[in-house]
Design a binder for this molecule. Sequence first.
Ligand code: SAM
Length: 352
Amino acid sequence: MGQKKLIERLKERHSLNFKEWEQLFAFYTKEDADYAMILAREIAVREFGKEVYFRGIIEFSNFCKNDCYYCGIRRSNKACQRYRLEQEDILKCCEEGYENGFRTFVLQGGEDRWFTDERMCGIIEAIRKRYPDCAVTLSVGERSRESYKAMKGAGADRYLLRHETADAAHYAMLHPKCQTLEKRLSCLWDLKEIGYQTGCGMMIGSPGQTPAALAKDMKFMETLQPEMIGVGPFLPHRETPFRDEKKGSMELTLFVLALCRIMLPRVLLPATTALGTADADGRKQGVLAGCNVVMPNLSPMQVRKKYMLYDAKAGTEIDAAQGIAILKKQMEEIGYEVVVCRGDFRKDKNDD
Ligand code: SAM
């Protein structure tokens, strides 16, 4: 079967088998990718109109106990200047964000043991108390099921934890031995069961990624049925073991985003910062490939350059108000509008 037929089959059934996925990734052409993007865009417009949700990312700590080979804030990067924000600093970011129309705050950080459950719950409760009409999303890595439960009880709504790759051998190429795919997936299943709107996802073009690994990613996401998917290109960071690796392809990233939209029509799909870093028009291209979320930075200006996951990360020079103004303009240029709302996942069935 040709690649176009496979894309049409995906649209009909929201599923392909492993071999079909592998074939699609191994043999797709630019024309196939463009075709997928057109279908994905139509589906996104049907589901969300020409509206894009925006979330504010607050990068509240760059301390990390992990040593992921790709990541600029990995434990072994001695050149990284470490910082932690106080609760009051985090609330100031929310205040600035709220004034600028943000209604979801994403608390993202390295796996920093200083942020115990008690501290995390205190921060979540304080945000929810001051901004009851806002959603809180967490992105703080692997924690115990009890911890996830406690933070949900404190008022967190969503959790982003990329699986990075659903292929165990590939996972082992990206992480030290103590980090396993099995553990990552069990965290994701815990998050789902506890009732978070759960996000998984992967970098495109990470070293060692094959069509078969991408096929496993798609099969895994078909099974997990995540409410959110984070997909962006791998970008090298000069202080990591992957400093000399090639960056991920923009075309393949957009193709994967489009396929995610076709497979899971209602999924919340951000045009990521990495996409905006790889190409100045990346966020626009992402929306035109089926994305419906953008996540500008709300971190205090003085720490932004310290949260460098990869080289030349976009958005470190502009403040929240400028960030949202640029975003509005970019979306207007392609006929879309950013909307002030929480932008939750709609629970109804994922079918056409
Ligand atoms: N510690 C939390 C976690 O692991 O989920 C949140 C922070 S972590 C830095 C957020 C995401 O950044 C990772 O899931 C990874 O996919 C992405 N990332 C890290 N280094 C990257 C790189 N060099 N290129 C592209 N994305 C990267």
